[in-house]
Design a protein around this ligand. Structure first.
Ligand code: AMP
Length: 316
């Protein structure tokens, strides 16, 4: 008998923006490299997006886009469960039940809420309560592991606390999940050498056309005083082994244009198959993938909620 795989859960927030290669090497690729080792559950966190997105068209477009991104980058829905949170009403139902178990001061400690109010801005009640929606997302599926960055450790602690509160009140029902802290993958530098980030305008788009890639690469800041154009090299080594690069950069010493042209070719060779795949993923394909996943997710979630409703006394 093979040991049962641990269940891993992760949410995709459809809050927009096209992905850049920093997102790919920093987040998407590490996820794609590991998800099939687990019994993975991936969900489109559209209810979470409602704390910030105020346009139906925008939310819809973002939702299609992010699923398309994952599929194009290599996520295989036959190897994991991928569904849309709002298709499984048990998430919102359980969130309410958990909200009734935790206190306001406890939720006031949540980073997202604290950050918002620290800026003197008002938080909507959804933002205030969202740690319990997130807890519901996680514990509904008896999740063992939630991969998160250090900054999101607290979310999993909240889920654990909510599970434990429920279990203490009503008897053992939920598994307490563990965070899997993803070590900071080497930061991908942008065209100016700072961390690649949309807010710095120094990105190379993940699904960009060759022209877009060329434009971004040509804008990489070079410093003629050094041994080699470090910012070009730092990006290049994501796409080619350093053994090869050392020779190439030696042969092209001082020829920055050549090196940038080679980098354009290397990035395009890497991106083109994903870009082409992405273009073939229609809205209907996305709908079908999500509908299939949502059906399976509902089976799991409704079985769990049947038990919950019985225990809390709303099932008569
Ligand atoms: P963001 O859209 O900036 O929140 O990033 C989404 C994910 O991509 C996060 O997991 C980030 O850690 C990762 N990421 C974004 N930019 C970079 C970068 N320049 N290098 C490495 N990872 C990045």
């Amino acid at each position: 008998m093979t040991a049962q795989k641990k269940r891993l859960l992760t949410g995709l927030k459809p809050t927009g923006g096209s992905l850049h290669i920093g997102n790919y090497f920093g987040a998407l690729k590490p996820f794609l490299d590991m998800y099939s080792e687990y019994d993975s559950v991936l969900f489109l966190a559209d209810l979470h997006a409602l704390t910030t997105v105020r346009s139906g068209d925008e939310l819809r477009a973002n939702s299609f886009a992010i699923v398309r991104d994952y599929l194009a980058a290599g996520f295989d829905p036959s190897k994991a469960l991928l569904f849309k949170q709002s298709d499984v009403p048990e998430h919102a139902e359980l969130a309410w039940i958990l909200e009734c178990l935790v206190t306001v001061p406890f939720l006031m400690q949540a980073h997202a809420y604290k950050d918002r109010t620290a800026k003197g801005e008002e938080a909507n009640a959804g933002l205030f309560n969202y740690p319990m929606l997130m807890a519901a997302d996680i514990i509904l599926y008896d999740t063992d592991i939630v991969p998160v960055g250090e900054d999101q450790r607290q979310h999993v602690e909240y889920a654990r606390e909510a599970a434990s509160k429920f279990n203490n009140a009503y008897g053992a029902t939920f598994k307490e999940p563990q965070e899997k802290i993803l070590k900071e993958v080497a930061v991908v530098p942008g065209t100016d050498g700072r961390k690649m980030s949309k807010s710095y305008g120094n990105t190379i788009p993940l699904f960009g056309t060759k022209d877009e890639i060329a434009k971004a690469v040509m804008s990489i800041v070079t410093d003629s005083s050094g041994e080699r154009p470090e910012h070009v090299y730092a990006i290049h080594k994501l796409f080619r082994s350093e053994d090869e690069l050392v020779n190439i950069y030696e042969e092209n010493r001082g020829k920055y244009k050549n090196l940038k042209e080679l980098l354009i070719e290397d990035i395009d060779a890497f991106i083109a198959p994903m870009r082409e795949k992405r273009a073939l993923i229609t809205d209907d394909v996305v709908r079908e993938v999500l509908a299939n996943g949502s059906e399976k997710a509902r089976e799991i979630a409704s079985a769990k909620m049947k038990e919950v409703r019985q225990k809390i006394g709303i099932s008569l």
